[in-house]
Every structure is written in structure tokens, then in C-alpha cells.
Design a protein. Structure first.
Lengths: 98, 143
């Protein structure tokens, strides 16, 4: 894959300025290949990323750096039926997925 | 969309935040880079109309008292790829039937770049909006 999305890193700077991600428990809904979820980990968040597409989930898991294993988990799930307890996240992210 | 936002509200802690990221313009712009600037060649012909629905859904849950807007920021997001891959990405990002139009547009941008001695790479530009909404108190005006 040679697609380069935002190589200048403007997105991560904007997200850093938008809110404090450090130590926050974050749910990303519709994570696709996990590109944004990995950036959120770089901002200091602990991320659970979900997607309804099994192939995207597989790819997101496969491209997860070893050092992110404790900070980033990816699961197969839909935004309309979240398999999580009430009041369990600090931040919920829809990245191009709403 | 509204149901997904209601689910997000449910799993968020008190004062938790909802962050929504989506294009602020309806057409992706295609062009090429010259030094640090972007030379616009054309817009994708197919509007990203589903993001209008996303904005409507956000307005709905705010009006319902589930969330309060805290802040919003915009930024320009560039995407680069070889010709075929960029055309595929553009097509993937818009409506069915856009493949040929996307390919023509990327070819035009590639030709324009080659004709410009300072042109270096073809890319797509989107203006992206990041909205941060805060979960409203339980006792606020829920429907």
C-alpha cells in the first residue's frame, strides 16, 4: 500500500489541540485499517477500535506495532450495537465513520 | 447514525467527549504540489453527501440534549498515491460509478504536474472538521 494520508501530520496536531488524550480510555468506532487508532495511541490514549468489517479488523491487528499491544485493541463490532458497559469510556471517536 | 450517537452517549462517562472527524467540504480537491503549495486542478464530481447526514445527526443529538458542542477545528488533509491508487481511493471515498471520472481527474492532475517544472507530486486535498462535543449531564433535557 503506497497511499499516504496526511504525511505532514496536520491531523495529529489538530487532534492534540482539540482535547487531552493522555491516559484516556478511547473507543474508536469504524476504525478501518487502524490508521487513526495508532495516531491516538501516539497522543497517549488507550484505544479500543471497532469495525464491522472482519478484513479491516484483521488488517488493523496485523499492522499494530508490538509496542502498542497493551494500548490498542481492535474488535469486530458495530456502532449501533456497542458491546461495552455503560459509562466505560472517556472519549468516543468517529473518524470519517459517522 | 443517530442510534450510533446514542450508543456513544451510553458508553461515555459523565463529561466524556465525542470527537467527530469528517470532511467539511462536499467535494475532494485534486491537484499537485509545487514547493509548499497545492495547485488545484479539479474537484471530484461526486459529492460526499453522507457527511451532510452526519452533520444532521450531530445537530439532532445536540438538540435532544445528549451532547453539547465544546469546540471545533478544521485542517487540510493531503492524500498522496500513485495515479491508479489515488483514483481508486477517490472512487472509494465517494459514490458508485465514480471510477472513470476519478481516473480522468487524476490523469489531468498528473499531466498538469508534468507540465509544471516545479510540480512534484499529485495529491488530493480535503478540508476536515474536528468537532468535540461533551456528554451532557444525565439530568439535562433528554427527549
Amino acid at each position: 500500500m503506497t497511499l499516504q494520508i496526511d504525511p505532514e501530520g496536520v491531523e495529529i496536531k489538530t487532534l492534540r489541540a482539540a482535547t487531552d488524550w493522555r491516559g484516556k480510555r478511547v473507543l474508536e468506532i469504524g476504525c478501518g485499517d487502524g490508521r487513526l487508532a495508532r495516531r491516538l495511541v501516539r497522543l497517549g490514549a488507550r484505544v479500543i477500535a471497532i469495525d464491522p468489517d472482519a478484513e479491516e479488523v484483521r488488517q488493523a491487528m496485523a499492522t499494530r506495532p508490538r509496542t502498542y499491544h497493551e494500548k490498542l485493541n481492535v474488535a469486530l463490532a458495530e456502532g449501533e450495537r456497542l458491546p461495552f458497559k455503560t459509562t466505560s469510556f472517556d472519549i468516543v471517536v468517529f473518524g470519517w465513520s459517522l | 447514525m443517530v442510534h450510533a450517537l446514542e450508543q456513544a452517549w451510553r458508553v461515555l462517562r459523565t463529561n466524556g467527549e465525542l470527537v467527530d472527524i469528517h470532511p467539511a467540504i462536499t467535494h475532494t480537491q485534486v491537484g499537485y504540489c509545487r514547493a509548499r503549495s497545492f495547485v488545484f486542478v479539479g474537484s471530484s464530481g461526486f459529492p460526499l453527501i453522507h457527511y451532510r447526514d452526519a452533520s444532521r445527526a450531530l445537530r439532532y443529538v445536540r438538540a435532544a440534549g445528549l451532547f453539547q458542542q465544546r469546540t471545533s477545528k478544521t485542517f487540510e488533509c493531503m492524500t498522496y498515491a500513485p495515479l491508479g491508487e489515488l483514483a481508486y481511493w477517490l472512487t472509494n471515498s465517494s459514490e458508485p460509478g465514480a471510477a472513470e471520472q476519478s481516473e480522468r481527474l487524476v490523469k489531468r492532475a498528473t499531466q498538469a504536474m508534468k507540465a509544471d517544472p516545479q510540480g512534484n507530486r499529485v495529491g488530493a486535498r480535503e478540508r476536515i472538521i474536528v468537532r468535540v462535543l461533551q456528554k451532557a449531564d444525565i439530568g439535562s433535557r433528554r427527549r
